[in-house]
Unconditional design. Structure first.
Length: 210
């Protein structure tokens, strides 16, 4: 695994508290954008990498699981070619609004990836609840009724790749790449599919070995 080195466990937890304090201080001003119906809309206040670090540290401090979910429009390249960039942006905005009400906790994050989807970061989220959330997201996307003539479904669908980990210091960048690999496996199987990479046993074995 690719790791960011931290001098000591004391130093790690000091960094945890500092980042979490900074994180919570900025939520009200810039991170709690509101939709017209009053629901809170997740926004990319910080880069994805920094949000992942904060979530990792929070889950590590609490001793709980963390889920990272990558969502991408199925048949994305065909959709972009058929509808164009402006329509894509409108589609992603609608998807953002469909996902936002499903993320009820202050620590949950849904951030736009550079091109074709979202990364959902969920500290303190067990595998079963993460899987249920993906199911709810798919239902919300179907209700949105976004057309995609390039898909045999006739509508926009999202593929999902989820990585589940029990975080321990130091932070590992590999969790996002693991979720991305799971997403690719899901999309090879069809539309609106989910693939899960469970890293919890891997992390537990490393902890025992240490």
């Amino acid at each position: 695994m690719s790791m960011i080195a931290i001098d000591s466990r004391d130093g790690f937890w000091n960094r945890v508290r500092a980042l979490l304090g900074k994180s919570m201080a900025g939520r009200t001003e810039s991170g709690a954008m509101l939709l017209k119906d009053g629901a809170r809309r997740p926004s990319a206040v910080r880069p994805i990498e920094e949000e992942l670090q904060v979530a990792w540290m929070l889950a590590a401090e609490r001793g709980v699981s963390m889920c990272v979910i990558l969502l991408e429009i199925d048949c994305f390249n065909d959709y972009l070619a058929a509808y164009g960039r402006d329509a894509l942006e409108e589609c992603l905005e609608t998807l953002d609004q469909a996902i936002a009400p499903l993320l009820s906790r202050d620590t949950d994050r849904c951030l736009r990836t550079p091109q074709s989807g979202f990364v959902v970061i969920l500290p303190d989220m067990p595998l079963a609840l993460g899987r249920d959330l993906v199911s709810k997201i798919n239902q919300a996307v179907r209700r949105a009724g976004l057309a995609n003539k390039e898909s045999h479904a006739g509508a926009v669908t999202l593929g999902a790749g989820m990585a589940v980990v029990n975080p321990q210091p130091p932070y590992s960048r590999d969790v996002l790449e693991t979720a991305r690999a799971a997403l690719r496996r899901a999309q090879r199987r069809g539309l609106s599919r989910l693939d899960i990479a469970d890293l919890r046993n891997v992390e537990d074995r490393k902890l025992v070995a240490a």
